[in-house]
Design a protein around this ligand. Structure first.
Ligand code: AMP
Length: 437
């Protein structure tokens, strides 16, 4: 039987070496910014009990109701119970679980935690939407006395994100901001939505009809084109905010104004997860993402720890879609290169060491070792290659070729050609690393 070729699963992809340098640069920049703002890294498991997400993210959300990769893990011993497990669709629930499990709140100090890692959702794959995707995220959480509830924390997170996107070189980002109120405000608002939806819901799509009864707030997330007019005419959350939520939102805005972070208010921004309270936000971009233009999202979740059986621990966090960040940076770089009439080229190595004959392989490898030890980036060829092939290989990957023949080794003087300058020169071993650099 002929075997068919195996491919990466739909919605997953390989990141090859021509792409990973950009991923690493993005992650290094994010880590540097997190460090300046006092965040420490947390790594939680890639799978958790299904119940964590059902309770934390919400049964009625798209994520939990249709997008999770879940399986029943059978018991391997009489002492074990079969349990339902899920590949994490997001990381906030896992971080808050860890916060509770390790009693991080007991020190009384504010916890500032960041993570970088893959998440899994069974979505319809398209540009900027995958079934395995990466998020760079952070959470600020602590007991009441740590000041975790302060509007200053919301503003600090948003100001840090603005700084991070600027340092990454993301241009033209927009911050959309809203407040979805506290639990009491939401109860009133949900009731008002339910009432307003009653006479019109039969005109809406099936999903929205269901949401109108079960979780009317989710109707605001709907992208269904026919339903947009109805949705835009629904009551606005701003009119249902109690005093406490209203003051908090004003304080967030005042601090953002003081830091010069621009934003617009989007009254429909309720975000697709049930745990949000008060501040919600999204950063969007105009380049590279098409309709999936949300680069990152987040918000406050003052009740999440208690929903998961933990102590009261107000918090706020966000998740950047790293895949989308990368798509944006690539699109920007391509646009820049096109504007200058150039094409994008992979960075080249400092040198390609070419042995002239297999007898010179050991000497070539030793020379490559010495140059690498001096900090140069070096590839080494093989003495079985014809001279023409060595030059072709070298020209593709390196800025210069160093020939290692019998005479060169005997005299410790090497023939070097720099491809940009064109001429061939002789350089003594002692000067080689300096000249190549
Ligand atoms: P969420 O966890 O849904 O609040 O999403 C936060 C960010 O993660 C979004 O703004 C996207 O940039 C990114 N994201 C969410 N789902 C996907 C996906 N399926 N593929 C790629 N990026 C995603």
């Amino acid at each position: 039987m002929a075997s068919s070729t195996l491919k990466a699963v739909r919605g997953t992809r390989d990141l090859l070496p021509d792409q990973t340098p950009l991923w690493n640069r993005v992650e290094a920049t994010a880590r540097a910014v997190f460090a300046r703002y006092g965040f420490g890294e947390i790594r939680t498991p890639v799978f958790e009990s299904t119940e964590l997400f059902a309770r934390g993210v919400g049964e009625e959300t798209d994520i939990v109701s249709k997008e999770m990769f879940t399986w029943e893990d059978r018991a391997r011993a009489a002492s074990e119970k079969a349990q339902n497990l899920t590949l994490r669709p997001e990381n906030t629930a896992g971080v808050v679980r860890a916060y509770i499990e390790h009693k991080l709140g007991e020190t009384g100090a504010l916890q500032k935690l960041f993570y970088i890692g893959p998440q899994f959702r069974r979505e319809r794959p398209q540009r900027g939407r995958y079934r395995q995707f990466w998020q760079i995220g952070a959470e600020v959480i602590g007991p009441q006395s740590s000041g975790a509830e302060s509007a200053l924390r919301d503003a600090e997170i948003l100001e840090m994100l603005a700084t991070m996107l600027d340092e990454l070189g993301i241009r033209g980002w927009k911050l959309e901001l809203n407040s979805v109120g506290n639990a009491d405000d939401r109860t009133c608002y949900n009731a008002a939505l339910r009432e307003a939806l009653q006479p019109v819901k039969h005109l809406m799509c099936e999903d929205n009809q269901r949401r109108a009864d079960l979780n009317p707030l989710r109707v605001l997330d709907s992208k269904d084109e026919n339903d947009q007019e109805i949705i835009n005419n629904l009551p606005k959350i701003a009119d249902y905010l109690g005093e406490e939520s209203r003051v908090h939102f004003e304080q967030v805005r005042a601090a953002l104004d003081a830091c010069g972070v621009p934003y617009t208010i989007n009254p429909r921004l309720v975000r697709g997860l049930d745990y949000y309270t008060r501040t919600t936000f999204e950063f969007t971009v105009t380049t590279g993402l098409g309709t999936q233009n949300a680069l990152l999202g987040g918000g406050r979740y003052d009740g999440l720890s208690e929903m998961l059986g933990g102590p009261r621990a107000p918090g706020i966090g966000f998740a950047i879609g790293e895949d989308r960040l990368i798509l944006t940076l690539q699109a920007q770089a391509e646009a820049d290169a096109a504007a200058e009439g150039k094409t994008l080229e992979a960075p080249k190595l400092d040198a390609y060491v070419a042995p002239l004959g297999t007898a010179q392989n050991p000497a070539a490898l030793k020379l490559a070792h010495d140059l690498r030890a001096a900090g140069l980036t070096v590839e080494v060829g093989d003495g079985s290659f014809k001279l023409r092939k060595s030059f072709d290989n070298a020209d593709k990957v390196a800025r210069a070729i160093v020939l290692v023949g019998e005479d060169e080794v005997a005299n410790d003087v090497f023939t070097v050609k720099n491809f940009a300058q064109g001429e061939q020169v002789k350089i003594a071993r002692a000067e080689l690393s300096t000249k190549l650099r």
